[in-house]
Every structure is written in structure tokens, then in C-alpha cells.
Write a protein that binds this ligand. Structure first.
Ligand code: GLY
Ligand code: MN
Ligand code: MN
Length: 406
């Protein structure tokens, strides 16, 4: 990655979000800001310019800290987070014009906050006199996302360690609910069993809202209501993963609410498992996500035909497999990173992590499989010669699942 040394990068922390009246959602740092600073406070900004890093943080304030807890404050933050300078966030907009002096371009993600955008664009506009009374025009503003995504797409050893732990604990939490799920339990109670195991083992937060979908609810891809009762004879699809220092796992399993799969459920499940396992065998550096998706589509189409489902057109499979094979995984569950570059498929490299989540969903379709939804999702770390399934601790074979359900 080549960076123009006269570029100025500006990044902001996430804002706190109100849930109801005076009560907030749990604070979740902006992923780029966490990646670049490790600081998990709101009210902060990072400026990179002239080879220097400037961190702006909220002030110490005893009257607020009584309510919300200790803050770092500018005096301590520079040393702790390793930036060249640390300032009060109160000074951000007054210091920015000086920091921009000499910059020939700005990297800042517009549209995060319209109020902040207005203030930053105004400062950029006012920098024109400093750039030669208009002859050079406004400082151009670029989105930093492609550059940060290029860094984030390949994980370093420390990041892999964090994701490995998130995946291992989440996989074991899924194995745990295979043992404790019961007919008559609510979907949200099953989510709580999973969360209890995860939290007991060190993962504090979900990486995304869990999906616990009994019966035909599994055919709604992002079913998050989780408020129905699990019924004997149904399958339950559970898509949930825990976060470890903001790096998340993303796992889906599908298993019988009762003791055994029905014949139809088992047929669908085994077809999906075949695809999942084939992808794990072939994922490696030098091939693209796109080619893995195509392989999955071909296998899913063959599976549908063998289940007796007519596929009159090339795209007919989409009705039963409407999503992609997977996505990159990291700080965001749908992590940043490109899938195509200048019209060509982007090739996998060691250190990339992708999900492998084929599925089959029979929604609103009158076949013998009506109401069945199956997804099997693992997290694959691309290695030098192939891939490592980071979620392999979760049993997947029908007989293993049935023996745990019994
Ligand atoms: N958990 C969302 C997904 O699997 O993409
Ligand atoms: Mn998932
Ligand atoms: Mn996923």
C-alpha cells in the first residue's frame, strides 16, 4: 500500500446510542477506530498527518466519571495508546486547521454524522487561503475505507489469536446447547443457554444479534425475534457467535428439537453438510471466494435435483439458496475487504478468514421439504497450504448430533 505522506487521515470513535430515555445500548467501538488505536472510549478522534499521530480524547470529569466510570484523559492517553500527541477532544475542531496545513488531501469517511461532516467540510473549505487563494482548490476528500480494509483483510498473529479464541469458545457453546435444548423451550431461552456458556468462558458480548429459529422460522434468513417455542419434530437453526476484544466468531448449526432428524430433514441436512465439507477441503490461498461460491452453487443445484426439486432455469437454485457462500470475518461479522479488484476476483491469502455457510431453505414452497431451513456455518482461516476450520469443535455429523440430543 502506497500512502502519500502529505495526506491527512481523520478517524472518529463510535458514538454512544440511546436505547430508551436515559439508558444507552452497550458501547461498541467503531471497528476501524479500535483497529487503529485500541482505545475503547466514545468522544475520541485520531488524526494521522506529517508522520505524526494525534489522539483526541474526552476530558477527565469527576461528575461524569461517578456515573460512567473512569476516563483516560489526554494526560494519560498518549502514553497508554502510543500516539505522538494526545489532546482534549474539546480542542479537536480548533486544532484541525493547523493539522491540515501542508496536507494535499484528506481521508475522512463522510456521512458518519452529518453535523460532524459539516464542521469538517467547513474547515477544509476555509483552508483554501492557506493553499494559495483558490488556485489549488479545496483539499480533496477521500474515503479511507479501501486503505483500512486492505490492512484489515489479512489478520496478523495477534488478531488470529483473538479470533481463534472467539471461535473455539463459540463452537463449544454451540456444542453445549446440543445437550441442553429441550422441546417446549423458547427460542430466547436457548439463546441464553448459549450466551451463558460463552460468558462463563470469557466472551462478554455477542458479535451480532443471535438467530434462534425453530421450524419454518429458519427460512427467514435474519430471523432475530427469537420469541417462539421450540416444537418436537422441528429443526432449530442457531446462528450465533461471541466477540473476543471485538473480534467475532460466526457459527450456524441446525439440529432436531427432539431426539432425531426426520428422513426429510436428514436428507437436506446431509446435502448441506456435504457442501460445507467440500468447501473446507478446497479453500486455500490462490483461489477466490467467488470460485468457492460457484462450487457451492453447483453442488447445491445438484443436491436440489437429487432431492427431486425442479430447477427450470440456471438461477432457480436462488429460491432455495438465496445468500452467498460466506463473507470475510474479523472485527465486523461481515468484515471489510474486497471480493473483486479491477474486474478480477480477489484471491485468498494466508491470514484471511472467511465463513463457509451453505444452506437450503424451503420457504412457501409446497414440497415434501416445506418449512425446512438448514444452514451449516464454519469459520475458515486461510493457511499457507489450505485452511484451518476454527470452529471444528462443534460436532456436525448426523449420528454425533443425534447421540448428543439423546
Ligand atoms: N450471522 C450472519 C451471517 O451468517 O452472515
Ligand atoms: Mn452467521
Ligand atoms: Mn456468516
Amino acid at each position: 500500500m502506497k500512502l502519500d505522506s502529505s495526506a491527512c487521515f481523520i478517524f472518529f470513535s463510535a458514538d454512544e446510542l440511546i436505547r430508551s430515555n436515559d439508558s444507552h445500548f452497550p458501547f461498541r467501538q467503531n471497528s476501524n477506530f479500535h483497529y487503529l488505536t485500541d482505545l475503547d472510549e466514545p468522544g475520541a478522534a485520531l488524526v494521522l498527518v506529517n508522520g505524526e499521530s494525534h489522539l483526541f480524547v474526552q476530558d477527565r470529569d469527576e461528575s461524569r466519571e461517578i456515573w460512567d466510570g473512569e476516563r483516560y484523559g489526554a494526560d494519560r492517553a498518549g502514553g497508554i495508546f502510543g500516539t505522538d500527541e494526545a489532546h482534549s477532544f474539546q480542542e479537536f475542531f480548533t486544532k484541525l486547521p493547523n493539522l491540515l496545513k501542508g496536507a494535499t488531501k484528506v481521508y475522512y469517511q463522510l456521512a458518519d454524522s452529518s453535523d460532524r461532516d459539516q464542521r469538517i467540510l467547513k474547515i477544509i473549505h476555509e483552508s483554501i487561503p492557506a493553499r494559495g487563494k483558490g488556485t489549488l482548490g479545496n483539499l480533496p476528500v477521500y474515503d479511507p475505507m479501501p486503505l483500512v480494509a486492505e490492512l484489515r483483510i489479512v489478520k496478523d498473529i495477534g488478531e488470529i489469536k483473538l479470533i481463534r479464541k472467539a471461535c473455539s469458545i463459540s463452537a463449544r457453546a454451540h456444542a453445549h446447547i446440543l445437550k441442553v435444548a429441550q422441546v417446549g423451550m423458547s427460542e430466547f431461552e436457548l439463546a441464553t443457554e448459549l450466551q451463558y456458556f460463552m460468558q462463563k468462558n470469557g466472551l462478554r458480548e455477542w458479535g451480532y444479534t443471535p438467530i434462534v429459529a425453530g421450524g419454518a422460522n429458519a427460512t427467514t434468513l435474519h430471523y432475530v425475534r427469537n420469541n417462539e417455542v421450540l416444537k418436537d419434530g422441528d429443526l432449530v437453526l442457531v446462528d450465533a457467535g461471541g466477540e473476543n476484544e471485538l473480534y467475532t466468531a460466526d457459527i450456524t448449526q441446525t439440529f432436531p428439537v427432539g431426539k432425531r432428524f426426520s428422513e426429510h430433514q436428514k436428507k437436506v441436512y446431509e446435502k448441506v453438510l456435504e457442501v460445507n465439507q467440500a468447501i473446507t477441503r478446497i479453500a486455500k490461498p490462490g483461489i477466490s471466494y467467488r470460485s468457492l461460491h460457484t462450487e457451492a452453487v453447483n453442488m447445491i443445484s445438484d443436491a436440489l435435483k437429487s432431492l427431486g426439486i425442479p430447477l427450470p432455469e440456471k438461477e432457480s437454485y436462488r429460491r432455495y439458496f438465496p445468500h452467498g457462500l460466506g463473507h470475510y470475518l474479523g472485527l465486523d461479522v461481515h468484515d471489510v475487504g474486497i471480493y473483486q479488484e479491477q474486474g478480477k476476483d480477489f484471491l485468498l491469502k494466508p491470514g484471511m478468514i472467511m465463513t463457509n455457510e451453505p444452506g437450503l431453505y424451503f420457504r412457501g414452497i409446497e414440497t415434501a421439504y416445506h418449512g425446512i431451513g438448514v444452514r451449516i456455518e464454519d469459520d475458515l482461516l486461510i493457511t499457507d497450504s489450505g485452511c484451518e476450520n476454527l470452529t471444528r469443535e462443534l460436532p456436525r455429523a448426523v449420528d454425533e448430533i443425534e447421540s448428543l440430543r439423546a
